[in-house]
Design a protein around this ligand. Structure first.
Ligand code: HEC
Length: 197
């Protein structure tokens, strides 16, 4: 707790005692976390709900996990999917089991390349194909915008343009593929070790 929030708390408690009312304090931490997530959502969304990829996510976001998609023939991966989330999301998720309002998820899609190395047959990231982006929104802030619904903003961006989505409707472009993850707010949470306690 900061000195000023402590002072505020003492003053509120004194006022509450004077008027004989009971005051329940919100957890300072939870308030700070939701402010961080709101900032994350605002930094990738304009007033109409159009989203873009945050330019600095590789250095400022939290790393969640990687998915390897097996090649069609031979050994090694065809694609690697690398998932990041906005600051504070992991801590908030560990407390509540849910993504906080405003949390942003970025999934990079890479073509993979495979090579024999001293550890074995090793696939690594090669060409970036593009990004999937999701922004947590349980308040339905952009009703009428087809990129938003079911608790999220949903968008795909080709590697050439991180600012303009080429997806048009989350129901046809995204949702059917996320049905297996419906009970975990549409996110494949089992693939992300940092979310576990
Ligand atoms: C072909 C099926 C398919 C489609 C279409 C699809 N997704 Fe996914 N998505 C998945 C699967 C499966 C995963 C996790 C495994 C992986 O990445 O291979 C995933 C993971 C993600 C993740 C990482 C967080 C998570 O859910 O685990 C984001 C973000 C995401 N998708 C967003 C989108 C958006 C936005 C769209 C539409 C523009 C979309 N997806 C369309 C199947 C799909």
């Amino acid at each position: 707790m900061t000195a000023s929030s402590q002072a505020k708390r003492i003053m509120t408690a004194a006022a509450a005692a004077a008027f004989g009312v009971l005051v329940l304090f919100a957890d300072d931490n939870a308030v700070a976390q939701s402010a961080t997530s709101d900032k994350a959502a605002a930094s990738v969304t304009d007033e109409k709900g159009n989203m873009h990829i945050p330019p600095d996510y590789r250095t400022t976001y939290e790393f969640l996990g990687t998915w390897s998609v097996a090649g069609d023939a031979g050994q090694g991966a065809k694609q690697l999917h690398v998932v990041y989330t906005s600051p504070g999301t992991i801590e908030a998720f560990r407390k509540t089991g849910h993504f906080p309002e405003g949390a942003v998820l970025v999934k990079e899609v890479y073509e993979a390349t495979t090579k024999d190395m001293t550890t074995g047959t090793v696939s690594r990231e090669d060409k970036l194909v593009g990004w999937f982006l999701m922004v947590r929104d349980t308040k339905n802030d952009y009703a009428g915008n087809k990129l938003w619904g079911d608790g999220w903003g949903w968008s795909w961006f080709d590697a050439g343009n991180a600012n303009k989505t080429t997806s048009t409707d989350y129901k046809s472009d995204c949702q059917s593929c996320h049905v297996p993850a419906r009970s975990t707010d549409w996110i494949y949470t089992f693939g992300y070790p940092p979310l576990k306690q």
